[in-house]
Design a protein around this ligand. Structure first.
Ligand SMILES: [Zn+2]
Length: 294
């Protein structure tokens, strides 16, 4: 399951391939119960089959940071020969670096953390930049595209300085565009997760070995300690919580939903999402059809 738990299926966004913008969508762990549990209920239309070549535990973050990075990179107008700056090399940022490389762009990682700079290089960044604690050391107007996932106003300000006239800034965090200058004709875009088709493509890229997740596993019972580490920036990449049960089991809850025992969860701030679902053997989705997006 990815963050989108369900959508209405008939609004202008659902009908035009932008279901992530559906005003009636339900979000796993936010508007409906999510993880930090051994079981979760899911709508059959919104679960995914995980390719067997992917390690089910460490690749769980594909289902939020992975698809979030994918949605952002698709909006960043990248192509071979272009230079992309990735501001913030955390759980999402280290996926953005890998996906931007797939477009043939030169990718520069920007982070104030030594560990995160090393992570950027490890996953394929051509170069890293330490912008200084206050982001005062960034060189202006050097990036064709800037992708920002660092949740800081200084990072957003720095991104608007980094971008070249006519370039694109894709922002996946909240903040103000107080340094926006219309005269440079910069395109600024927001981005939020992605569609079921995007998720399917992310899984294919992972199955082909083109992207991978940097993740550390912890037992579910250590959730509170791990959240503390996350808050203090002591997690490199993503943390994955592994519930005690390692064997899939199935429960039958209703005709409309089937149970999806989920084992590992990954931590996304204070939210969490199940990472792997197991379809109940013989279960049919809603309306009696197996309409799994896989
Ligand atoms: Zn809709």
């Amino acid at each position: 399951m990815q963050p989108i738990y369900s959508t209405c299926g008939h609004c202008e966004y659902c009908l035009t391939g932008r279901e992530n913008l559906c005003p009636n969508k339900q979000v796993t762990g936010e508007t409906v119960d999510g993880g930090y549990a051994e079981y979760v209920l899911a709508d059959a239309d919104y679960v995914y089959k995980v390719p067997s070549s992917i390690d089910p535990e460490t690749s769980s973050p594909l289902f939020c940071p992975g698809i979030t990075a994918y949605g952002a990179v698709k909006k960043a107008s990248l192509s071979p020969g272009k230079t992309a700056y990735v501001v913030g090399i955390g759980g999402v940022g280290h996926m953005v670096v890998q996906m931007a490389k797939l477009y043939g762009a030169r990718v520069v990682g920007v982070s104030t953390s030594k560990e995160h700079q090393e992570l950027a290089l490890k996953v394929g960044a051509d170069e890293v930049v330490d912008p200084g604690k206050d982001y005062s050391r960034v060189t202006p107007k050097v990036a064709d595209s800037v992708i920002v996932f660092s949740p800081s106003q200084m990072a957003i300000d720095a991104s608007l300085r980094l971008v070249k006239p006519g370039g694109t800034v894709v922002i996946g965090v909240n903040g103000d565009l107080r340094q926006f200058a219309f005269g440079d004709e910069v395109t600024v875009r927001g981005t939020v997760v992605g569609t079921r088709q995007d998720m399917k493509e992310v899984l294919q890229l992972a199955a082909q070995g083109k992207i991978r997740v940097e993740a550390t596993k912890f037992p579910l019972k250590q959730a509170n300690e791990v959240l503390k580490k996350l808050k203090n920036g002591q997690i490199n990449g993503r943390a994955v919580l592994i519930p005690r049960s390692s064997q899939p089991e199935f429960l039958n809850f209703s005709d409309d939903f089937f149970s999806v025992p989920v084992r590992p969860y990954f931590l996304e701030g204070v939210g969490q999402l199940p990472f792997r679902v197991y379809q109940k053997r013989g279960a049919l989705g809603r309306a009696g059809g197996a309409k799994y997006p896989v």
